[in-house]
Design a protein around this ligand. Structure first.
Ligand SMILES: [Zn+2]
Length: 431
């Protein structure tokens, strides 16, 4: 269905970061075809459009991009909180994950996708066991995604996961919305051979690698002790990782020498401010990364370490915590935070045809109800998005030109069934 949003506010996140009032945004098929003054819009004849009158009380902006998730890990949401990362992983998450069944993986993925849809996320990057299940779930939910099977070299199922990842990459080659990468978990959970296996597979498919890097100080320092003083990033460089695009989750403890490598190879940092706070991992040097012009995407991490997939909260956290951490109120501003969550994140993940409202780009966008008191007085709408707005103000989510969520109604997902199944499966399998 072609869509014409009329008389709306529009935050374009184009090169000039134009913000328009009394604007129109038009999509035809999977592309944006018009962004400009409503009064200048002439809809092409002979084509049908669903016309949505924004009444000057709705905002259209690019769909949000979530740079790092583990969809089905949400099945353990709330079951492992207020613990440091290593105990969280070893005592609760790894044993909990070992109980997953095909059914819990699919329901967990759909639950997460319903949440992403509700909060206006149209594109994301995931790593989890059973990439095939996640791909099937994303086929149902309608988003754009880069998916990887997690590889854990010390896990006896390593080769099963790798085989599934390779088969899924073959199956989804050329898919319009779903791309498959490879996901070695982290330097500290891998063996040299398994890191190499992932690299070889990624090179074969010209696919990116998605890996956790320097999330905790312990991990960063232990890597140096293990590898003659090399940081995780230096170690990955030494084994040839940067021959392909590397998407590096967290990078809380990276050093200037690591940023040199990230910059040299055009790698990407996936910044998860809320997860890093919840697991007490620390504050990633985001202001320095932005100053150096590194590729950065904003992300939630899983809803076991957050505990939601709300990228609006991440924008706000990214704009706030680095001010406090550096005692500099200019450290990360609202426009930078919104860029990280949209165009910047999309480009950093390699989705160069989405993330902004520009004719010719993919029709991935959200409409936001701005009638609530927190949106007024209307001083600076970008500031309101980051500092005052809420994911619950999203009223429409559109991905690839298709409406996925419309004023409380999911068009593709049966959210009541999914949440009931999640409750039942948690009781039966994990509790
Ligand atoms: Zn993660």
């Amino acid at each position: 269905m072609n869509l014409a949003f009329r008389n709306v506010w529009a935050i374009t996140v184009n090169d000039g970061f134009d913000v328009l009032r009394h604007a129109a945004v038009v999509t035809e098929g999977d592309r944006i075809t018009y962004v400009g003054p409503d009064e200048d819009l002439v809809l092409p004849e002979g084509k049908e459009f669903r016309v949505i009158d924004g009444k000057d009380r709705n905002l259209v902006m690019p769909g949000l991009v979530n740079g790092h998730t583990h969809l089905p890990l949400g099945m353990l949401r709330g079951s492992a909180d207020d613990l440091p990362l290593q105990r969280w992983l070893d005592e609760l998450i790894f044993p909990g994950e070992a109980k997953h069944t095909p059914e819990t993986l699919m329901t967990g993925a759909l639950l997460a996708l319903a949440e992403l849809t509700r909060y206006g996320v149209t594109c994301f990057n995931d790593m989890y066991m059973s990439v095939r299940t996640n791909a099937r779930a994303v086929e149902q939910s309608g988003q754009r995604a880069l998916l990887t099977n997690v590889q854990i070299g010390v896990d006896p199922h390593h080769y099963d996961y790798l085989r599934e990842n390779i088969e899924t990459a073959e199956e989804y080659a050329g898919h319009p919305r779903i791309r498959i990468g490879f996901g070695p978990h982290a330097e500290y959970t891998e063996a040299h051979h398994s890191l190499n296996d992932s690299l070889e597979a990624a090179l074969r498919f010209h696919a990116p690698l998605h890996i956790h890097v320097s999330e905790t100080r312990k991990e960063h320092e232990e890597c140096k002790a293990r590898h003659n003083g090399m940081t995780p990033t230096q170690y990955l460089e030494s084994i040839g990782y940067f021959q392909t695009k590397v998407l590096m989750a967290h990078c809380v403890w990276i050093e200037e020498c690591d940023m040199d490598i990230i910059q040299k190879y055009d790698a990407t940092v996936l910044h998860n401010p809320c997860s890093n706070m919840k697991l007490a991992s620390g504050f990633a040097p985001l202001p320095r990364m932005l100053e150096r012009g590194l590729n950065v995407a904003l992300a939630t991490d899983s809803s076991s370490s957050n505990n939601n997939l709300d990228l609006w909260e991440e924008m706000r956290a990214a704009a706030l915590i680095h001010k406090a951490n550096t005692l500099d109120a200019t450290a990360v501003n609202a426009r930078q935070a919104l860029t990280l969550a949209t165009r910047g994140g999309a480009e950093a993940l390699g989705f160069t045809d989405t993330g902004c409202l520009v004719p010719g780009k993919k029709a991935d966008l959200v409409m936001v109800d701005i009638t609530g008191p927190s949106w007024h007085p209307m001083t600076d709408i970008v500031h309101h998005v980051v500092y005052a707005g809420s994911a619950h103000d999203v009223v429409m989510t559109v991905a690839d030109g298709e409406v996925l969520y419309d004023h409380g109604v999911y068009t593709r997902l049966d959210v009541e069934k999914i949440t009931a199944e999640a409750d039942r499966l948690y009781r039966d399998v994990f509790a």
